[in-house]
Design a protein around this ligand. Structure first.
Ligand code: ATP
Length: 374
């Protein structure tokens, strides 16, 4: 089922009496989530992700705007009639109930035509347990299971009513690193099997990028960009999105466009064809770590002695397949990083390293608005 938002807005009164303005937790959402896809809703803490989910499932009411499930306007529909399954960060399982009873729980209060016999409920619970592959654990209590297994029970409980939409609010944050990766793959598999339109909320960009068909990047209640993960990574619309996606993060420099060419410090790093049509001005330049290219010397060695851009070498970190060149630059703050092939020949004692740059990995932003210029 597709979900459509039209001008969806949620304001909360500001509890800080000195500030009169409301908090706009969700600001004028207008977009459509296609049927059967997994969407990553991504943004820093406090940007409005949980509020957006609560609006979709009906735990919060919208201040303005509308939500449609296919063509049905569900904006004012009570939560229990929306057909939404929800999984929270804390699994919130009932500790005294077995897995089976936990999964069956949402079916117990169904009324009228929907009312089920115990046997029907058990069948449905088993079906849901099979999807998340915990059918062997039905008689256990939550305390007798790992965090990952508990989270699967929570997902099974959300699936048992066969929801039209599945919402997952930071479902992996209580798991350790290895389990997180396993469980996120599991969520992808479950979504692929059920084809239920799923919204997955996280502040972890890597998590969102790795499993989503589409990501929605939010900042301060506003949508900054929507697209396939790779497209958004390759084409960020502004500095915020460019900085938010990618590990290691994008390297940011003060730059200037002069005579139609892009400079960082005294070095011309991109020629006229690159910044075509953009007027001369001070800019912010973002360069992805994989955008630094070592130029081979006469012997074919990648020694970092030639190139258009010079940086101050701080450390070489060997990571197996790749090497991370850690450096500083007078036009940037902090430690910066380039990722290069591990068969490079950079002398770890040299003070500087030179690179050429891959134009597809270099982005130019307005200093004033932080919007992308090139
Ligand atoms: P996190 O990742 O930390 O959970 P989030 O992106 O989910 O954050 P929300 O919880 O949706 O963010 O909050 C968005 C904004 O709305 C925040 O500024 C928050 O302080 C504010 N907010 C949320 N709920 C209320 C409320 N009931 N009353 C007032 N302000 C609220």
């Amino acid at each position: 089922m597709k979900i459509r938002f039209e001008g969806l807005t949620k304001r909360f009164p500001n509890r800080n009496k000195k500030i009169k303005d409301d908090v706009v937790a969700v600001d004028n959402f207008t977009f459509e989530i296609p049927d059967g896809k997994l969407i990553g809703l991504l943004g820093p803490s406090g940007c409005g992700k949980s509020t957006a989910l609560n609006l979709i499932c009906g735990l919060e009411t919208a201040t303005e705007g509308k939500i449609f499930f296919d063509e049905d306007d569900v904006t004012d529909l009570p939560a229990e009639n929306r057909g939404v399954g929800m999984v929270f960060q804390s699994y919130a399982l009932y500790p005294h109930l077995t897995v089976k009873k936990n999964i069956m729980f949402p079916l117990q209060n169904l009324k009228g035509e929907e009312k089920m016999t115990k046997q029907q409920m058990e069948e449905k619970a088993l079906e849901a347990a099979k999807i998340v592959q915990i059918e062997e654990l039905m008689e256990r209590k939550p305390s007798e299971m790992s965090g990952g297994q508990q989270q699967r029970v929570a997902i099974a409980r959300a699936l048992v009513k066969m929801p039209r939409v599945l919402l997952l609010d930071e479902p992996l944050s209580n798991l350790d690193a290895r389990l997180r990766i396993q469980t996120r793959e599991e969520i992808k598999r479950i979504q692929n099997t059920t084809k239920i339109t799923t919204i997955f909320v996280t502040h972890d960009q890597e998590e969102a990028m790795s499993i989503s068909d589409m990501i929605v990047v939010m900042k301060l209640g506003k949508i900054n960009q929507i697209g396939k993960p790779q497209e958004v990574y390759d084409n960020p619309v502004n500095l915020f999105v460019a900085k938010f996606l990618g590990t290691p993060p994008i390297n940011v420099f003060d730059g200037v466009i002069k005579g139609g060419k892009l400079y960082i410090g005294d070095e011309e790093i991109m020629g006229q064809s690159y910044v075509k049509g953009v007027k001369d001005q001070e800019v912010t330049v973002g360069i992805r770590p994989e955008g630094f290219i070592l130029v081979p010397n006469e012997k074919g060695e990648l020694d970092g002695k030639k190139g258009v851009f010079t940086v101050n070498l701080q450390a070489i970190e060997v990571m197996g397949r790749d090497t991370s060149v850690v450096f500083g630059h007078e036009k940037s703050e902090g430690r910066l990083r380039a990722i290069v092939s591990s068969d490079n020949a950079i002398d770890a004692d040299s003070k500087v390293v030179k690179f050429n740059l891959n134009p597809k990995k270099v982005f130019v932003f307005s200093k004033e608005t932080e919007e992308r210029l090139v």
